[in-house]
Write a protein that binds this ligand. Sequence first.
Ligand SMILES: [Fe+2]
Ligand SMILES: [Fe+2]
Length: 287
Amino acid sequence: MDSKEIIGLLEKRLKESRLKHTLGVRDTAVELAEIYGCDAEKAEKAALLHDFCKNLSVEESDFLVNKYEIGQEYLGNTALAHSKVAAKVLEHEYGFKDREILGAIECHTVGKPGMTVLEKIIYVSDTIEPGRSFPGVEELRELAYKDIHEACIKVLDRSIMFVLSKGEKMDNKAIAWKAAEVADSKKGQDITLIDISKTSGFADYFVITHAPSDRLMKTIADEVEDKLAELGVFLKHSEGKNGTGWILMDFGDIIVNVFSKEQRERYNLEKLWGDGEITYFEGTKDI
Ligand SMILES: [Fe+2]
Ligand SMILES: [Fe+2]
């Protein structure tokens, strides 16, 4: 499969934001491969395919973890499993045989001892591609173009700090608030949070918003899914992505509802769950 065919496949499998990230990783990896005398074609393919299984649901990921006997510890954790699952799926279901490419895909999330230069390039490119913005990214980019080994160690340090910081588990209110912030960043309208922990047996919070088009509704839903997954909060189940005017996303204790304006008014969840405590997300007007 050549790069063009791979991109065609990715367009069907990945969300828009993930595809953009992937192309950024590809551009960075090819540049680094040329600097460090690596096979640029292999770097391109590994970069394009590294997140091949990133947008699987937990159920799909768990099925493949079991099928390929990847390990029980990967069940329920798509953030950790997607690299290992992708390597297996690409090898067994898409006929990719190049061990160097598969190796770079397999270890791109957490690295491994004794990484090859290509593996380091993919691992680092994933963190510094042009779409990434976090404090220190510029310094890390500069370092990557001078010393890939040092850059790799810095990325590893950063991952360890990130995991440690997650040791303090977020409570459900903080997660619901985060979902509201993310919806707001994608122009979700009139965002409300309802604390239903005392009145419902199935969840603690509803987050509700609406958007003027199906496309914007989907953008909000995708972004909420991605950003909560980064916090280790995974989507268990979702409904209504196909133009029904209501995308319901079940994260377990938090249910995020992205409506069209008409459907929001029709279902009026704020009224239905009026016994719960309603918070209007900062900066939005009352509905
Ligand atoms: Fe990834
Ligand atoms: Fe990635």
